[in-house]
Write a protein that binds this ligand. Structure first.
Ligand code: NDP
Length: 497
């Protein structure tokens, strides 16, 4: 027997490999007890308030303002004054300097922002750290690059800023959605009033500190926190020239009805029910990783999540078996633990919505699978879920669940895959898994979706436009296209309103 074998024989062999806790320290975040609205570069004391919670354990994190019509009015007034007082006329290279500064400060303070994002929103720290923060900074860098090149971006069209932009964002990517909205607006010379989602105001409030650090002129960005009533007040305000909204299709439709006939511009980025289409010639293990990333990333709180899995019949059984095995390895738990794959559900209301839709799936006859996992007792949690035996008519195949719930359907031919994939009122994104480039192109031409990923899923880049068809909204964010809604060319309307 070799020396090595002898030594190996003495070692205790563990009977089960587990991950030791790896919590990220929250000391890096200094929360204030109470926050006001950020208006004209100052903190405005709110007349009404509410408490914002940590979804992992319902810990009360801070008291924040519930913006009233008067608060929104002051914020719009500050934005208008800043627009007129010089921001709109500032040369592009000067605007770019501020955006570059913001981007660099976000990078420097990335850990602080990532911890706060996970604390207030429930998403795993590895996602806040590796996705949300780098992408938020990248958006500011990218649009900083355009600020002095608008004439080159739109030759012979004399691009001018639109004015005051009212921006309403959801709770699934709080800081990243802020970056998607604020960066192009400022690059084009507009000023902004932004309303974060009710449940996730804290990174937007911390961002005000970045604005001060970057010495952005007061009033260029104003942040008013609150619930839907605050958003509605912003939509209604006569001093706002453009509304950019990301959220549910229901609220998006209400905003569109409200603005019909007005000269306010509007872009809507709404819900989705993306098909992730897996052909039998795909790399199966790679596809399983893509499926998992497509639906369990950010607890499925993703408008472009691959929530409908369409599998070619010939590989249905091996794929579902591999998928279930992979699900068993997902670690559900504390968002601040660096090993966590699936964090907390954002709010009690969202948890109830997921539970209601999952119950409807069972009742309609779908077969449910959830891997064995122990969910924490406090806070809002839902186990990763797969439904098989799903018919196209079931609610779980039609409605946006916005949670870690996958519905699996099958198809036989590419034509059938296209038909089923397009059988939805939405049209935000889709995925294709196949080894054939020609099939990717054939499918991409036929899928009615704003974004089509091939052999990958949920990849984002500031240079790439993002937006939907049908009930997923209109207008594009990101890339060159993302500048247009914030520009007036004098000769054409950018996007409908
Ligand atoms: P909402 O559409 O209500 O929220 C999006 C944003 O709009 C929030 O800031 C919200 O404020 C604000 N808002 C709400 N009502 C109004 C109004 N009348 N006028 C102007 N602004 C308003 O989404 P929910 O948070 O209620 O989520 C419900 C469902 O919507 C989810 O289950 C999911 O299916 C879908 N959704 C889709 C998103 C996407 O990116 N496509 C994002 C979020 C949700 P407040 O936070 O106070 O409600």
């Amino acid at each position: 027997m070799s020396e090595l074998d002898e030594r190996g024989g003495d070692l205790a062999v563990p009977d089960g490999w587990t991950y030791a806790p790896a919590p990220e320290s929250r000391d890096v975040v200094r929360l204030r007890e109470r926050y006001g609205h950020f208006v004209g570069g100052e903190w405005l004391e709110p007349s009404e308030t509410y408490e914002t919670l940590a979804p992992r354990d319902e810990e009360r994190l801070a008291v924040v303002g519930q913006g009233t019509e008067a608060d929104v009015d002051r914020a719009v007034g500050a934005a208008r004054a800043a627009y007129a007082d010089g921001w709109s006329a500032l040369p592009g290279p000067e605007r770019a300097k501020y955006l570059f500064r913001i981007a660099r400060i976000l990078q420097e303070r990335a850990r602080e922002f990532a911890v706060l994002e996970s604390l207030n929103g429930g998403k795993p720290i590895k996602e806040s750290r590796d996705v949300d923060l780098p992408l938020a900074a990248a958006h500011f860098f990218y649009y900083a690059g355009w600020a002095d090149k608008l004439e080159y971006a739109f030759p012979n069209r004399r691009p001018q800023p639109v004015g005051v932009a009212g921006q309403i964002i959801p709770w699934n990517f709080p800081l990243l959605m802020l970056a998607w909205k604020v960066a192009p607006a400022l690059a084009c010379g507009n000023t902004v009033v932004l309303k974060p989602a009710e449940t996730t105001p804290l990174t937007a409030l911390l961002f005000c500190d970045v604005l001060r650090q970057a010495e952005l002129p007061p009033g260029v960005v104003n942040i008013v926190t609150g619930d839907g009533r605050t958003g509605a007040a912003l939509v209604e305000h006569d001093g706002v020239d453009k509304i950019a909204f990301t959220g549910s299709t229901e609220v998006g439709k209400a905003i569109q009805r409200r603005l019909a006939g007005s000269d306010k511009r509007l872009t809507l980025e709404l819900g989705g029910k993306a098909a992730n289409v897996v052909f039998d010639d795909c790399a199966l293990d790679q596809a399983v990783e893509g499926i998992v990333n497509g639906i369990y990333f950010n607890q499925g709180h993703v408008c472009c999540a691959g929530s409908r899995l369409l599998v070619q019949e010939s590989i249905y059984e091996p794929l579902v078996e591999k998928l279930k095995r992979r699900l068993e390895t997902l670690r559900v738990g504390d968002p601040l633990d660096k090993n966590t794959d699936v964090g907390a559900i954002n709010s009690r209301a969202q948890l109830e919505r997921i539970e209601e839709l999952v119950a409807s799936g069972r009742e309609e006859g779908a077969e449910i699978y959830q891997p064995p996992c122990t969910l924490p007792e406090q806070g809002y949690w839902f186990a990763p879920t797969v439904f098989t035996n799903v018919a196209q008519s079931y609610r779980i195949a039609q409605e946006e669940i916005f949670g870690p719930v996958l519905s699996v359907l099958t198809f036989r031919t590419p034509d059938e895959a296209v038909e089923k994939a397009n059988n939805t009122p939405y049209g935000l994104s889709a995925g294709i898994w196949t080894e054939k480039g020609s099939r990717i192109l054939w499918m991409a031409q036929r899928l009615r979706a704003g974004v089509v990923w091939a052999n990958t899923f949920n990849r984002f880049d500031p240079t790439s436009p993002f937006g939907g068809y049908k009930e997923s909204g209109f207008g594009r964010e990101g890339g060159l296209h993302g500048l247009e809604p914030y520009l007036d060319f004098g000769d054409s309307e950018a996007f409908g309103g």
